[in-house]
Design a protein around this ligand. Structure first.
Ligand code: GLN
Length: 433
């Protein structure tokens, strides 16, 4: 890879980028000369970072997120900042204040979300790799919908310092790429301890993918092939699991009974955390300035009403309500019990199997504007949120098509066994290339 400066001028017909860095610079290193796109909720020194929200329009961070610092050190060129659902809240990238991203496989469809810009930038060939973030599926969903690969790392493996928080206890920054090798290489660069993130652990990732899965035991949860899962998507995923068996793995049926409450536990937890995290956007420090001559609460209201989109306002209100006096025990505390049950279910299953496999998403990419009510949108996250609730690693790797659109095979692993999910995805990818 050359050491000279490259000029990155993408033909962004998909609205994948919110900011394009005209003259990325780089020096030698693991990613020298590789253009890497960065989701717009990850702070980049000197480069506008908006979370696809009007409330952060014009905000230029004075510091780099830890992962961005590592990217720069590796010689990568920051290609630009990618479009997303506002603050990461959504499953389609339609909740961006700056217009939706289009799916490069079919521009009448959404790319998934919330890291839809990152996935579209890779799927269209504008970049080889990108950073996304995954709170409840935001790396894996767009990876599945656009036919690329994306890993949500184990919680604690990648620093969240400089990630503009949506729901701290659930989210991780993670690598996205065209191939499993690219995802693994990017993971080598971004994983590891960071003293600025109190949840970061000293678990560097130095792995090189191996296509060796002989003797591995794969759990197949019945809930991942149940109601709401498109039979054509299920068929593609079952065929992929069949390939893994041909490669020497054995499959074991299993069940995650707590899935009945997983989605509710996720949406209560993430809205509560969001209501607290987003309180800092008050028109004083960031974004459009509040009219300070007005009483503070009026100015605060005005700025937030104008600055936040509908979905973000809905979630702030839901979360504020769920945390309010008298309701905390009814909602938040119950959600934490359900969350613990999800964790325990995974623990029990992983006592017997090495990884768990199923579809990433219950359907193929939706048509633009197809999901108009929030609840049906939330339901699409049912297969991705369990991994976030439990903090375990999960990858989505392309596994064929349904109705002409890409389908994702999801592999989940034990906490800190990101290497193993990478290996299974790699074995599958190598077998079908
Ligand atoms: N769709 C989920 C949500 O809206 C997940 C988003 C994410 O992972 N950032 O919360």
């Amino acid at each position: 890879m050359s050491g000279t400066s490259i000029r990155f001028e993408p033909d962004d017909t998909f609205n994948a980028f919110l900011t394009v860095c005209k003259r990325p610079t780089h020096t030698g290193g693991k990613l020298a000369g590789v253009a890497v796109a960065v989701k717009d909720n990850i702070s980049t020194r000197g480069i506008e970072t908006t979370c696809a929200s009007r409330i952060l329009k014009g905000y230029v961070p004075p510091y780099d997120a830890h992962v961005v610092e590592l990217l720069r050190k590796s010689g990568a060129a920051i290609a630009g900042k990618t479009n997303m659902d506002e603050f990461g809240m959504g499953t389609t990238t339609e909740n961006s204040a700056f217009g939706p991203t289009l799916n490069p496989c079919d521009t009448g469809r959404v790319p998934g979300g919330s890291s839809g810009g990152s996935a579209a930038a890779i799927a269209s060939g504008m970049v080889r790799m990108a950073l996304g973030t995954d709170t409840g599926g935001s790396i894996r969903c767009p990876a599945a919908f656009c036919g690329i690969t994306g890993l949500k790392p184990s919680y604690g493996r990648v620093s969240r310092y400089g990630l503009i928080a949506y729901a701290n206890s659930l989210e991780q920054v993670g690598p996205m790429g065209k191939t499993v090798s690219d995802v693994s290489t990017l993971m080598q660069v971004i994983a590891g301890y960071d003293r600025h993130d109190s949840t970061s652990l000293n678990k560097p990732y130095t792995h090189t993918p191996r296509a060796e899965i002989k003797g591995m035991k794969i759990g197949i949860p019945q809930e991942y092939f149940g109601e709401g899962v498109d039979p054509k998507v299920a068929a593609s995923v079952k065929a992929a699991i069949g390939r893994l068996e041909e490669l020497g793995a054995t499959t074991v049926p299993c069940s995650i009974p707590s899935m009945e409450y997983a989605l509710a536990a996720y949406y209560v937890t993430c809205t509560c955390e969001a209501s607290s995290n987003l309180a800092r956007f008050d028109g004083v420090r960031y974004g459009p300035a509040a009219d300070t001559k007005k009483p503070w609460h009026e100015a605060y209201q005005e700025v937030r009403r104008a600055g936040f989109g509908t979905e973000v306002r809905r979630r702030i209100m839901l979360g504020t309500f769920a945390l309010s006096s008298g309701y905390y025990g009814k909602y938040y505390a119950k959600a934490q019990v359900a969350r613990e049950n999800v964790r325990k279910d995974f623990q029990r299953i992983f006592a017997d199997v090495d990884v768990i496999a199923g579809p990433t998403m219950p359907t193929i990419a939706f048509r633009l504007c197809e999901k108009s009510d929030p609840l049906s949108m939330y339901l699409a996250d049912i297969l991705t949120v369990p991994a976030n609730l439990a903090g375990i690693p999960a990858i989505s790797v392309p596994c064929g098509k349904a109705d002409g659109m890409p389908v994702g095979l999801q592999i989940m692993g034990r906490h800190f066994e990101d290497e193993r999910v990478i290996d299974v995805a790699y074995a599958y990818e190598q077998a079908v290339i």
